[in-house]
Design a protein around this ligand. Structure first.
Ligand SMILES: Nc1nc2c(ncn2[C@@H]2O[C@H](COP(=O)(O)OP(=O)(O)OP(=O)(O)O)[C@@H](O)[C@H]2O)c(=O)[nH]1
Ligand SMILES: [Mg+2]
Length: 292
């Protein structure tokens, strides 16, 4: 009997969840940003390791904001925790241990592996000290695995550890498949990454992307995408002086799309104002953020 199962990747915003997912998959499909609360929806990535099928679920960071869109995001993370076979809790090495204590309350004894992330940021002494701190919870977690995506440390060990705790189960998906997401959703996330990179303050949080149309060609795919913002002033900032900012967003996004699709891409972006979309359940649902 083969092993297969769903593994939720959870932790506070900015813990490195989406980065971990891309790294294990060996393919960039998830949005990564140095700004927190980038991921909004669950995203599934399938990794085959030593005859086991691991289906990773990237989740929005655990947080406590009250805004409607943030509520949706927290719900997404909690659903993933409820539905999975195993949790990876990501704790950045410099984080206080209180984040982990809060997670323990939330996860109600569900099986999890504690993953210390970003260990490239500290000395060996500091790392050992941190591991020792977490040891007082050693009856709570299955194992503790330190990793650094930046320095490529811990990948095999993490995958081996996950497989050890996966249930015996036939594969859920074709082993050739990398993700259950469709191309549109991946493009959307990659364009959102370019927005996160190029504009600051609240704009990345109050904007969204809708892929309007994809025209596939022999040599070139044409992608038409709409950027939605909350306010007219934000539209002005996204476009920028003489269209400079949207040009930069388009250039960065196109690179990410081409890297993913392995094809040349022509990307056309346009900006639309939808007042209050982050606060309206109807608008959120029309953008694919469906509340349960
Ligand atoms: N130094 C270092 N930085 C890392 C590492 N892994 C991730 N990061 C950085 O941490 C930041 C956050 O990464 P994300 O993967 O977007 O974090 P996330 O947990 O998905 O965040 P949300 O989606 O907002 O909840 C990015 O700037 C990453 O480049 C690592 O191993 N070392
Ligand atoms: Mg993320």
């Amino acid at each position: 009997m083969s092993k297969a199962g769903f593994v939720a990747v959870v932790g506070r915003p900015n813990a490195g969840k989406s980065t971990l997912l891309n790294w294990l998959l060996g393919e960039k499909i998830a949005l990564v940003s140095h700004k927190a609360q980038a991921t909004r929806k669950r995203l599934y990535a399938i990794v085959m390791h030593k005859d086991a099928q691991i289906i990773f679920i990237d989740t929005p960071g655990l947080h406590q904001k009250e805004q409607l869109l943030n509520k949706f995001m927290l719900e997404e993370a909690l659903k993933a925790i409820g539905d999975c076979d195993l949790i990876l809790f990501l704790a950045p090495v410099n984080d206080p241990i209180t984040h982990y204590e809060k997670f323990l309350e939330l996860s109600k004894g569900k099986k999890h592996i504690l993953v210390l992330t970003k260990i490239d940021l500290v000395s060996k002494e500091k790392l050992l000290q941190k591991i020792a701190e977490y040891q007082k919870f050693q009856d709570k977690f299955l194992e503790l695995v330190p990793i650094s995506v930046k320095k490529n440390i811990g990948k095999e060990e993490l995958l081996d550890t996950i497989v050890k705790y996966l249930p015996e189960h036939p594969y859920y998906y074709d082993p050739e498949l990398l993700t259950t997401e469709n191309v549109r959703d991946i493009y959307k996330e990659l364009i959102r990454e370019a927005i996160f990179k190029n504009v600051s303050d609240e704009i990345p949080y109050e904007s969204d992307v809708v892929i309007e149309k994809i025209e596939e060609g022999e040599k070139l795919d044409k992608v038409y995408a709409m950027i939605i913002v909350e306010k007219p002033s934000q539209k002005g900032i996204i476009i920028g002086k003489k269209g400079e900012t949207i040009k930069r967003i388009g250039k960065d996004a196109r690179k990410l799309l081409e890297q993913f699709s392995q094809k040349k891409i022509y990307l056309e972006l346009f900006v639309v104002v939808k007042k209050g979309w982050t606060k309206s359940k109807k608008e959120l649902e029309s953008l694919g953020y469906i509340f349960s």
